[in-house]
Design a protein around this ligand. Structure first.
Ligand SMILES: Cc1cc2nc3c(=O)[nH]c(=O)nc-3n(C[C@H](O)[C@H](O)[C@H](O)COP(=O)(O)OP(=O)(O)OC[C@H]3O[C@@H](n4cnc5c(N)ncnc54)[C@H](O)[C@@H]3O)c2cc1C
Length: 397
C-alpha cells in the first residue's frame, strides 16, 4: 500500500479540496517588484490557516498543528502544484528553529523564532573550520566570558549564505581544558559588528555561496548561548539531524531528475545516434531507474513508520545517501552524454537541453555528498547509531 492509497480517504479528499480552494482564492504568482511582500503576506495568512510552520507553537509564530503526515503531504502537493511558497528556506527555519525549540531558553524562542519564520532575519551556520570538518569536535575558535559577554577569536569556513545573513549560530571552544567534545558551547552571534569580517569564496561557476568568517575579539552577550556552557556538542546534534533531514527531499525530486535525463538522452546524439539508443547509456539508465525506485520505496517505508507513530531511524538515515548516489549518477550519465567540456562550459552549446541547469546539477551533486557531513561520515553514523556497530576510532577521543 502506498501513500497515495491512504490519501484517498474521504476526509482527506475533502481536506485537499479545502487547501486547493484556499490557494485559488489567495495565491497568484507575482513577478518583479512586490513579489517578496506578496509572498510574505501570503505566508502569514497560510500560517494562520494552519498550512505552514505546523510544528511550531503559535506563541512563536507557527500554526501549532497536531502532527499529521497525510495532511502535511497534501499541503506540500497542493502548494507545489501551483508553485505557492512554503516555509522560508535556509538554515534559520531548517536548522536553528528546531534547535531553539528543543534546547533554547524562553526568551531566545520569543525573540528569534518569529522573525526567522517571517524571513525578517536570516541565519548562517558557523561550524566548519579550515582544519575541522568531519572531525568537528576539534574546532579551535575560542570564546571566553568577560564582563557579561563572550569574546570570540578564530575562523570559520564554508558558511553558506553568511555574506547575506544577519546572525550566526556557531560552535566555539569555551572550556579549553575539557576533553574535546565537552569543551564546546553553542552561541548565537550578530554578524553585523566590527569584530567580524566575512570574506565570500568564489566558486568555479562564479557564484559566492560560501564565506570565510574571521572573528577578532567579536562579542556576543553572555545569555546568547543555547543550552548550557560546555554542552554545545549535544545541542549541535539537534541542528545536524535537522540539516540532514532537510537533504532528504521527496522521491518526486529524484523521479523528475530521472525523467529529465531520459529526455536529454532522447534529444542528444551520441556516436551519431540518439544517446538513448546506445547500449551503454541504456544500461546506466536502467541502473539509475533501480536507484530511483529504491528511493521511492524507502520513502514509502519512512512514511508508513511515521504513520504508525514510530521513528524512522535507519530508514531516514539512508535517504541522504540515496539522494547523494542518485544526484552523482545523474551527473555522471549526463557527462557521458554531453562530454566533460560541455558540462563545464559556462555557455554550453546551441540546441541541447538546458546546459546551465545540467552544469548546476553536476556542481550540486558534488556539494550534497559533503554538506551536513560527508557520505563517509553518514555511513559511520548508520553503522554506529543504526546498526550498533563499534564506534569509528577517529571520532573517539
Ligand atoms: C554545499 C555545502 C554547504 C556547506 N555549508 C556549510 C555551512 O553553512 N556551515 C558550515 O559550518 N559548514 C558548511 N559546509 C562544510 C561541510 O560541513 C564540511 O565540508 C564537511 O563537514 C566536511 O569537512 P571537510 O571539508 O573539512 O572535509 P574533511 O573532514 O577534511 O574530509 C576529507 C575527506 O576525508 C573523509 N573522512 C574524514 N574523516 C573520516 C572518517 N572518520 N571516516 C571516513 N572518512 C572520513 C571525508 O569523507 C572526506 O572524503 C558546507 C559544505 C558544502 C559542500
Amino acid at each position: 500500500m502506498s501513500a497515495a492509497d491512504f490519501l484517498d480517504a474521504p476526509h482527506l479528499v475533502e481536506f485537499r479540496e479545502v487547501v486547493a480552494n484556499f490557494l485559488r482564492e489567495h495565491w497568484h504568482l507575482v513577478k518583479g517588484e512586490g513579489r517578496l511582500a506578496h509572498e510574505r503576506s501570503f505566508r502569514t495568512l497560510a500560517t494562520s490557516k494552519g498550512y505552514l510552520y505546523r510544528n511550531v507553537p503559535r506563541a512563536y509564530g507557527g500554526s501549532e498543528q497536531p502532527a499529521d503526515v497525510l495532511k502535511a503531504q497534501i499541503i506540500q502537493e497542493e502548494f507545489t502544484r501551483v508553485r505557492a511558497p512554503m516555509e522560508v528556506s535556509g538554515g534559520g527555519y531548517g536548522m536553528l528553529v528546531p534547535t531553539l525549540l528543543a534546547c533554547g531558553s524562553e526568551w531566545q524562542k520569543e525573540r528569534f523564532i518569529g522573525p526567522t519564520l517571517s524571513g525578517e532575519i536570516r541565519w548562517a551556520q558557523g561550524y566548519s573550520e579550515p582544519n575541522s570538518g568531519s572531525d568537528l569536535a576539534s574546532i579551535r575558535t575560542k570564546a571566553r566570558l568577560e564582563s557579561g559577554q563572550w569574546i570570540i577569536d578564530g575562523q570559520k569556513i564554508w558558511s553558506s549564505g553568511a555574506n547575506e545573513a544577519d546572525f550566526l549560530f556557531m560552535l566555539a571552544r569555551t572550556e579549553p581544558e575539557a576533553p574535546k567534545h565537552a569543551g564546546i558551547s553553542y552561541l548565537l552571534v550578530d554578524l553585523r559588528q566590527p569584530g567580524i569580517t566575512i570574506r565570500p569564496l568564489r566558486q568555479i561557476n562564479g557564484s559566492e555561496e560560501f564565506s570565510e568568517i574571521f572573528f577578532d575579539a567579536a562579542t556576543t552577550p553572555a545569555d546568547w548561548i543555547v543550552g548550557e556552557r560546555g554542552e554545545g556538542w549535544k545541542v549541535s546534534k539537534t541542528t545536524l539531524s535537522a540539516e540532514r533531514a532537510g537533504f532528504i527531499g521527496a522521491a518526486e525530486g529524484s523521479m523528475t531528475l530521472h525523467r529529465k535525463l531520459l529526455e536529454l538522452a532522447k534529444q542528444c546524439r551520441f556516436n551519431g545516434e540518439p544517446a538513448i539508443h546506445d547500449a551503454r547509456i541504456q544500461d546506466r539508465l536502467v541502473v539509475l531507474e533501480g536507484m530511483v525506485n529504491a528511493h521511492y520505496h524507502n520513502m514509502q517505508r519512512q512514511f508508513a513508520l511515521r504513520l504508525a507513530g514510530q521513528e524512522p531511524g535507519n530508514v531516514a538515515l539512508m535517504n541522504k545517501l540515496i539522494v547523494t548516489r542518485i544526484a552523482s549518477e545523474v551527473a555522471d550519465i549526463c557527462k557521458d552524454i554531453l562530454g566533460d567540456d560541455f558540462m563545464l562550459s559556462p555557455f554550453g552549446h546551441e540546441g541541447h537541453a538546458g546546459p546551465e541547469k545540467w552544469l548546476n546539477q553536476y556542481l550540486g551533486s558534488l556539494g550534497i555528498a559533503i554538506a551536513g557531513g560527508t557520505s563517509n561520515i553518514q555511513r559511520n553514523v548508520i553503522a554506529e547509531r543504526g546498526l550498533g556497530m563499534p564506534r569509528d576510532p577517529a571520532s573517539v577521543s
